[in-house]
Write a protein that binds this ligand. Structure first.
Ligand code: ATP
Ligand code: MG
Length: 263
C-alpha cells in the first residue's frame, strides 16, 4: 500500500447510529485536502479514524502503509499530527505554551527523555516562533486568546515532524484578521514541499487556503463528492451537500459561497 490514506468501505456505528457509511477515500503523497459538510456529517469521526484514534466498525483503513487493527497505534500516532477542539480541551489549565508543544514528543522519545529534552525544547521553540507564538512560551495555555491557542495547537501537531497533519476546524472562533492570518500561514505550509500531507476540516469555503489540491464533501456520514478541489467545490455539489442553493465564486485561489438570491 503506497497511499498516505486508503479507506475502503469504512463504516462507523455508535449507539446504533451510523456515523460513517461505507466511505472510500484515497490520499496520496503531496496532496492537501479540505473536508466540508454540515454539522453532524461525520467529518470529525472520519478524522478520528485517519488519526488512528478510533477503529472503523466495518471496512479497512490503511494509514501510512499500515492497516488499522494490525498495527500498534502507539507507534502510528506520532507519525500523525492532529489538532482538534477535543484535544485542546484535554490540556491542563496551567500547562505552559512551551509544554503544550513539547509534550507532543513524549510518545516517541520515551525512554531517551534526558538525552532528548534540550533538543525537544529547541524544536518546540522554533515551531512556536514560526507560528508567531514564541513570546508566549511561558504563558499558561488557558490564558491565550482563541487565535493564539489555534496557532499553538498547530505547532504542537507539527512537533513530531508528522507525515500526515490533520486539522479539525482550526479557524473556528477566530476574528476576521485572525482567520486571514491563519489562512496565509496554512497556505504557506500547503505550498512547502517539505510539509506533511494535510487534511483540513472547515465549515467555511472562505477558509480554504490557496494551494489546497483536493476536497471531500460529506453529508449524513456519506461522501457527496470527492476529488480534485475544482471538481468538488462546484455550485451543484456544494448546494447538494448543504441543501441550500448556493452561488459559488472562485477568485485568486479563494472561494466564497452565498445563498442564491430568490428570483
Ligand atoms: N458515541 C456516539 N454515539 C452516537 N452518536 C454519536 C456518537 N459520537 C458522535 N455521534 C454523532 O455522530 C454524528 C457525526 O459526528 P461528527 O462529530 O463526526 O460530525 P461533524 O461532521 O464533525 O460535525 P460538526 O461539523 O458539528 O463538528 C453526529 O450526529 C454526532 O452526534
Ligand atoms: Mg466536527
Amino acid at each position: 500500500m503506497s497511499d498516505v490514506l486508503e479507506l475502503a468501505g469504512v463504516s462507523l456505528v455508535r449507539g446504533g447510529k451510523t456515523l460513517l457509511d461505507s466511505v472510500d477515500w484515497q490520499v496520496k503523497d503531496g496532496e492537501r485536502w479540505v473536508i466540508m459538510g454540515p454539522n453532524g456529517a461525520g467529518k470529525t469521526s472520519l478524522l478520528q479514524i485517519a488519526g488512528a484514534r478510533i477503529h472503523p466498525t466495518r471496512g479497512v483503513a490503511g494509514i501510512l502503509d499500515e492497516v488499522l487493527g494490525a498495527v500498534d497505534v502507539f507507534e502510528l500516532r506520532p507519525r500523525i499530527g492532529l489538532a482538534s477542539a477535543a484535544l485542546a480541551a484535554q490540556i491542563p489549565e496551567h500547562e505552559t505554551v512551551l509544554n503544550v508543544v513539547v509534550t507532543a514528543s513524549y510518545g516517541i522519545t520515551g525512554r531517551w527523555r534526558e538525552q532528548y529534552e534540550k533538543q525537544d525544547a529547541r524544536r518546540a521553540f522554533a515551531l512556536l516562533d514560526a507560528w508567531g507564538m514564541s513570546t508566549f512560551m511561558n504563558r499558561p495555555f488557558a490564558s491565550l486568546s482563541e487565535g493564539e491557542r489555534k496557532r499553538v495547537q498547530i505547532a504542537r501537531a507539527l512537533m513530531t515532524d508528522p507525515e500526515l497533519l490533520l486539522l479539525d476546524e482550526p479557524g473556528a472562533g477566530l476574528d476576521l484578521a485572525g482567520r486571514e492570518d491563519l489562512i496565509t500561514r496554512l497556505a504557506a505550509l500547503a505550498q512547502d514541499d517539505e510539509s506533511p500531507v494535510m487534511v483540513l476540516v472547515t465549515h467555511h469555503l472562505e477558509e480554504v487556503p490557496p494551494g489546497f489540491t483536493h476536497a471531500m464533501l460529506m453529508r449524513d456520514g456519506a461522501v457527496v463528492a470527492s476529488g480534485p478541489i475544482e471538481t468538488v467545490f462546484t455550485e451543484e455539489h456544494l448546494s447538494a451537500a448543504f441543501d441550500v442553493p448556493l452561488d459559488v465564486r472562485h477568485q485568486d485561489g479563494r472561494y466564497t459561497a452565498v445563498a442564491r438570491a430568490r428570483a
